[in-house]
Structure formats: C-alpha cells, structure tokens
Design a protein around this ligand. Structure first.
Ligand SMILES: C[S@@+](CC[C@H](N)C(=O)[O-])C[C@H]1O[C@@H](n2cnc3c(N)ncnc32)[C@H](O)[C@@H]1O
Length: 242
C-alpha cells in the first residue's frame, strides 16, 4: 500500500507560492471548466487547496479525502474559518468505500504515491469507482522529463530525481518555504500512467502542459515563467470513464 512519506501541516505554506496559483491552479481550473452544480471528490486533498477553490466556484458538493490526519485537520480548520460547505474525511484511497457517483474526481499529486504498477492500476480502479458514468478524472503528476540541470529554484523549490528518470524513480521535491521541507514520491512515465488509467477503466487520457495565468505573466514577466513553460516539473491530465 502506498503511503505518504510526510505528515506535516507545513505543506499548507505552499499555498502562497506563485507557481501554485499561477501555474497549478490556473491550468487545472481551465481544464475543469465551469464546475457550477457539479459533485466533486478531491482525492488526496491535503489541506484542501483545490477543494476550497472548487467550492468557491460553486460546485454543488465537494468532498475531500486524504490519508493524512494532520493535513485534513488543517483543511477542517480552514473550513471552520471560512465555511464553504466542504466535507473532509481521513481516508486512504485504497480503503475508501464508494462515496458517491461524482461528476468529477480530482487526483492532484496522488498517482506518484503508487510504488508499483499494480498499485497504480489499483488507484485508477478506485478513482473510477467514485465516478458517475461519463464522469471526468483530472489530475497532476510530476513530469517524466524534468529539467534537472536548471531545476526550479526560482519558483521556491528544488527537485531531485535520476536523470533521466524512469518508471518508479524516486522523486524528491524540496519547498524553500519557512521552515523548508521535502516530499518524496515517484515519477511514472506518461505511457505507464496512461496504461494504468486505461486498465483501471478510463479512456481518452489527455496530457496537458502547464499554462500561466495572465495575472502571473503580468506580475512576474514571461522570462520568469520560461523554464516552467518549456520544461515544467509537472503535467496535467484528464480522462473519461469507459
Ligand atoms: C503533494 S500532496 C497534494 C495535496 C493536494 N492535492 C494539493 O495539491 O494541495 C499529496 C497528498 O497525497 C496524500 N496521499 C498519498 N497517498 C494517499 C493515499 N493512498 N490515499 C489518500 N491520500 C494519499 C498525502 O497525504 C498528501 O496530502
């Protein structure tokens, strides 16, 4: 069973990083489009970064699940402070019962926690089981071709992986926030991920490159975003149920 190698609310400090809002949030929300009235399961929700954004965009139901009690604790505290009607549960994706027939299942940075192809396929099956027919899976994974020379220090993070990384390569990402901390997961090549998603019951797997918000371009300039837009450390995807 795949388990997170960290259990720290410090991860919530990444919300302030421009790369999260101007690249991650911007690209993912663009992929999801109008979520008004939709039911959404945010798997591996962490501190609820995306759950909150989806509720603010008028999703009808948002349920966030994560195996980390401490991160779900942070998510619940944020919900207490600003009530958006989000429900959070501490659950491992492998053990979670069917929680609904969701229109959208989000898996932002979940798949890299699989340690074997069998676990990847099992994750895909578990995600598929939560979707209504015709529902959409969307997510983020580490790029299988990160720029390990230039790296991503200007965005407040550094990645460490074998060069070139292959399937199941250990992938460490250090966030230079206060205090700095690192997360270990794995890189899976896109063909392996796609095969696992199809084996798990998905079709139409689409890989989408990182995009920067107009506000991010205006604030930081094109040169600042160039490494992230030409050799990003992440890839977005969507898939449909078979
Ligand atoms: C890098 S964080 C991303 C959190 C959130 N999706 C975001 O983008 O802010 C990865 C999350 O995956 C969770 N996770 C890892 N393996 C999991 C599993 N088997 N079931 C549920 N959550 C898992 C970790 O606890 C962690 O919160």
């Amino acid at each position: 069973m795949a388990h997170s190698t960290y259990e720290t609310p410090v991860y919530a400090a990444t919300a302030a990083m421009p790369v999260r809002s101007h690249i991650e949030m911007h690209t993912l929300m663009g992929l999801l489009g109008d979520v008004t009235g939709k039911s959404i399961l945010d798997v591996a929700c962490g501190y609820g970064y995306y759950s909150r954004a989806l509720a603010q965009r008028h999703a009808a139901r948002v349920l966030g699940i994560d195996l980390s009690e401490s991160l779900v604790g942070v998510a619940r505290e944020l919900e207490e402070r600003e009530r958006l009607g989000i429900e959070y549960r501490v659950l491992d994706v492998f053990d979670a019962p069917v929680l609904g027939a969701f229109d959208v299942v989000l898996a932002a940075w979940l798949l890299p926690y699989a340690t074997t192809v069998a676990e990847l396929e099992a994750m895909a099956q578990r995600l598929r089981a939560q979707l209504a027919p015709g529902g959409m899976l969307a997510g983020i994974v580490p790029s299988d071709t990160p720029d390990l020379q230039r790296n991503y220090t200007q965005y407040g993070m550094t990645v460490t992986a074998p060069d070139p990384p292959g399937d199941a390569a250990e992938y460490d990402i250090t966030f230079h926030v206060e205090p700095p901390f690192a997360i270990r997961s794995r890189i899976w090549t896109l063909p392996t991920l796609e095969r696992a998603l199809v084996a798990g019951g998905f079709r139409d797997v689409r890989w989408v490159p990182a995009q920067c918000s107009p506000e991010g371009l205006a604030e930081f300039g094109r040169e600042y975003w160039e490494p992230m837009l030409t050799r990003p450390n992440l890839v977005f995807f969507t898939a449909r149920t078979k």
